[in-house]
Write a protein that binds this ligand. Structure first.
Ligand SMILES: *[C@@H]1O[C@H](CO)[C@@H](O)[C@H](O)[C@H]1NC(C)=O
Ligand SMILES: *[C@@H]1O[C@H](CO)[C@@H](O)[C@H](O)[C@H]1NC(C)=O
Ligand SMILES: *[C@@H]1O[C@H](CO)[C@@H](O)[C@H](O)[C@H]1NC(C)=O
Ligand SMILES: *[C@@H]1O[C@H](CO)[C@@H](O)[C@H](O)[C@H]1NC(C)=O
Ligand SMILES: *[C@@H]1O[C@H](CO)[C@@H](O)[C@H](O)[C@H]1NC(C)=O
Ligand SMILES: *[C@@H]1O[C@H](CO)[C@@H](O)[C@H](O)[C@H]1NC(C)=O
Ligand SMILES: *[C@@H]1O[C@H](CO)[C@@H](O)[C@H](O)[C@H]1NC(C)=O
Length: 320
């Protein structure tokens, strides 16, 4: 059954919970087996790491991690779940022109839309999962031998046929969308997925093929990376976080940046979230974490953003 709500009223938060997963995505396997039995992610078990002498949150290790634990510790240990808000840029021109008749008319139009549950227009969509170095800088395109190419490998085929993940593919098509602010040329969303894995996924040392159990199939790490990106994104329903504080897209007024930041931090164990803007309009949200264990099966814990907001004190939050 599909439930509806309007952007402006937002009286029913539950009705709009597209990403209703609880804020917990830690893996707490305590079996002590050598191999991870989680059917979703076929990487080596990190039980011995998590409970062993080198157990440490990423970026907080006091000593180098020995090679035998290298699949259980991200050397570049800032894990960022990043999201887009690809607002309609024409509306920015509208609010800047500040013609109250036009604004009123469009506001009425947008508030009248009955968005279905999970409509991407009321969802902060997926940008990616990045691993920054502990100082907040980052490396990229770390291992060309691991890269995927849609032209050569057919990413749809890899996800849907080779790894039999049609539902993952459907979620990605709907919520991991390329757009004018993503800075990936040549349009389609699959270019964005290709770009995100090649740029960031190849930099995760716990995603190396040697970290997988059983017979490794090429791009197993890629597809499991995509799965993890989606899984983590689901735990951050940013639109709902803001809606719960009465912060909804509008052409009528700007919000205080600090109110937006507070609404997000309140849903992030009090840790500050990065809010990005283009031309004073919210367009990106980044959630920072440290990690213990493998990027696929490990435990994440939030930390404050390491990047200052690019927004002014008063921000636009415009409809898509
Ligand atoms: C933490 O572990 C990484 C990976 O072994 C290593 O590069 C880094 O130097 C270690 N940090 C400290 C403070 O020993
Ligand atoms: C963006 O807003 C303008 C002005 O309301 C509208 O004409 C246009 O169709 C919108 N674009 C999209 C992609 O919704
Ligand atoms: C828009 O115009 C109103 C007056 O109609 C003015 O009070 C307001 O400051 C203007 N807003 C902007 C962003 O210029
Ligand atoms: C690149 O990937 C290959 C294939 O798994 C691996 O053997 C190699 O160690 C990786 N290189 C780096 C720098 O991680
Ligand atoms: C890629 O794979 C999909 C799914 O198997 C298939 O429908 C599509 O035709 C393929 N594209 C090309 C260019 O071969
Ligand atoms: C931001 O505004 C400048 C002009 O002030 C304009 O050239 C640019 O296209 C705008 N960027 C976006 C993303 O709207
Ligand atoms: C962020 O802003 C604070 C306060 O203005 C400043 O001290 C700090 O250097 C900035 N950090 C970065 C990474 O720019």
């Amino acid at each position: 059954m599909v439930k509806f709500l309007t952007v402006a009223t937002g009286f029913s938060i539950l009705a709009s919970l597209v990403q209703a997963a609880p804020r917990s995505y830690s893996s707490t396997k305590k079996s002590g087996f050598v191999f991870n039995t989680d059917p979703e992610y076929s990487v080596v078990s990190c039980d011995n790491f998590v409970y062993g002498p080198y157990s440490s949150w990423s970026c907080h290790n006091a000593t180098a991690i020995p090679a035998y634990d290298s699949c259980c510790f991200e050397n570049w240990g800032i894990l960022m779940s990043t999201q887009f808000w690809d607002f309609n840029q024409t509306l920015l021109d509208v609010v800047n022109a500040n013609d109250s008749n036009v604004i009123d008319e469009l506001e009425e139009y947008y508030t009248a839309i009955q968005y279905a549950q999970g409509d991407p227009r009321t969802t902060f969509t997926i940008h990616g999962l990045w691993n920054d170095l502990c100082d907040g800088s980052y490396n990229q395109y770390c291992n060309s031998s691991l890269e995927i190419s849609d032209a050569n490998d057919n990413i749809t085929h890899v996800i849907v046929d080779t790894f039999d993940e049609p539902e993952l593919f459907d979620t990605m098509i709907k919520y991991w969308v390329n757009n004018v602010i993503s800075n990936v040329p040549n349009g389609g969303s699959i270019s964005l997925w290709e770009h995100e894995y090649n740029k960031h996924g190849t930099c995760m040392n716990t995603l190396l093929p040697e970290c997988f159990t059983g017979e490794y199939t090429k791009f197993e790490n890629t597809v499991q990376f995509y799965k993890k990106v989606v899984e983590i994104w689901k735990t951050y329903p940013t639109y709902q976080f803001l809606l719960a504080e009465g912060i909804v897209p509008t052409l009528k007024k700007q919000y205080e940046l600090r109110d937006v930041q507070k609404a997000l931090a309140d849903n992030n164990d009090g840790f500050q979230v990065y809010v990005g803007c283009i031309n004073g309009t919210i367009d990106e949200i980044w959630y920072y974490n440290n990690l213990k264990g493998n990027v696929l099966t490990g435990e994440y814990r939030p930390i404050d953003t390491l990047t200052n907001s690019t927004c002014p004190d008063k921000v636009w939050y415009l409809p898509k």
